[in-house]
Design a binder for this molecule. Structure first.
Ligand SMILES: CC(C)(COP(=O)(O)OP(=O)(O)OC[C@H]1O[C@@H](n2cnc3c(N)ncnc32)[C@H](O)[C@@H]1OP(=O)(O)O)[C@@H](O)C(=O)NCCC(=O)NCCS
Length: 287
């Protein structure tokens, strides 16, 4: 068994990794790779036997705005061992290798755990947290001056325009935001959030949202310009009167005039530096 790292250009190995990711998580990274969105920020660290990937820990190299400061961060993801090889210490070997290797190159490590493995990460020095989402208690009367149209991600021109917008996305929150995550944003855009990307008509601004019967989940606002929050609400038209669940917090909303309620969102683990206040993590930067 050998350790092989950062091998995305090695077709047989990458496909073997993909097969395992599909078996364990039901996901694929192949379209992301072939469309050229898998860049050097995402690296696999795998144990390989007879040319087959049997265990993996991936690292996403990024920056965070955390407690008002820019921090280098590594997000761990796609932590998996083939069912036939579990409980033999493979994931432990990879975790230790990755943490030792990058210790001096990052300010912190963090990840989103699967529910079934909450006891795994504390073994490697991680502390349990969770992020939150907000609901708006302030009643806002919207005066729609714009509208949104769902982006056809299957259209390469539209996809390219969204990619350009993500590359120049402006930070929304000085409490917590993710930077340099274009690659991961594009994975979500091709996969679980494919139907959730909307352009604000007549602009290069995008909203990532999920419409539910009684509520709207606002996941992200992708723009190179700062706008008042009412600009976002106005673009939702009549839907702005539904309950709004906010998965990001524009600095403006920290002001007293806005009343927000916090709700637990996803479990997380941090190592080295930890958040000093509640925060929302960008859904599209989640690995
Ligand atoms: C979690 C997983 C990666 C562990 O892989 P593994 O190679 O079997 O793990 P190891 O044999 O190296 O075990 C390392 C340690 O973790 C513990 N452990 C293993 N599986 C665990 C689990 N599911 N939950 C909690 N602890 C676990 C082991 O007991 C061992 O502890 P010890 O060092 O105190 O003896 C593997 O079970 C898996 O692929 N699960 C499905 C995918 C998944 O949920 N991944 C995590 C996503 S966040």
């Amino acid at each position: 068994m050998i350790l092989i790292q950062d091998y995305k250009s090695n077709d047989p190995l990458r496909k073997s990794f993909d097969k395992l990711a599909n078996l364990v998580f039901g996901i694929s990274l192949e379209e992301w790779f072939t469309k050229g969105f898998w860049n050097d920020s995402y690296k696999c660290h795998s144990l390989v036997e007879d040319g087959v990937v049997i265990s993996n820990v991936s690292t996403t190299h990024m920056n965070l705005v955390l407690n008002g400061q820019k921090r280098r961060a590594i997000q761990l993801g796609t932590v998996m061992t083939h069912p036939d090889f579990r409980n033999k210490g493979l994931a432990a070997t990879l975790m230790k290798t990755v943490l030792d290797h990058y210790q001096g190159q990052t300010d912190l490590f963090y990840l989103f755990p699967a529910e079934a493995v909450m006891q795994f990460y504390p073994k490697y020095g991680f502390t349990h947290y969770h992020d939150i989402f907000y609901t708006l208690e302030t009643v806002v009367t919207s005066s729609p001056t714009s509208s949104i149209t769902r982006v056809d991600i299957g259209n390469d021109f539209e996809l390219g325009k969204f990619h350009d917008a993500v590359q120049s996305r402006r930070v929304i929150s000085s409490t917590f935001d993710t930077l340099d995550c274009t690659s991961i944003y594009m994975w979500h855009c091709l996969n679980d959030l494919r139907e959730n990307i909307y352009r604000i008509n007549g602009t290069d601004n995008y909203l990532v949202l999920r419409q539910e019967s009684e509520k709207i989940r606002l996941y992200d606002f992708v723009s190179d310009t700062e706008y008042p929050f009412t600009y976002i609400l106005d673009s939702l038209g009549p839907d702005s009167q539904k309950e709004i669940c906010l998965h990001f917090l524009p600095d403006e909303l920290s002001a007293d005039r806005w009343k927000l309620r916090e709700h637990k969102n996803e479990d997380m683990f941090f190592r080295q530096i930890t958040p000093s206040s509640t925060f929302s993590h960008q859904v599209m930067a989640h690995t």
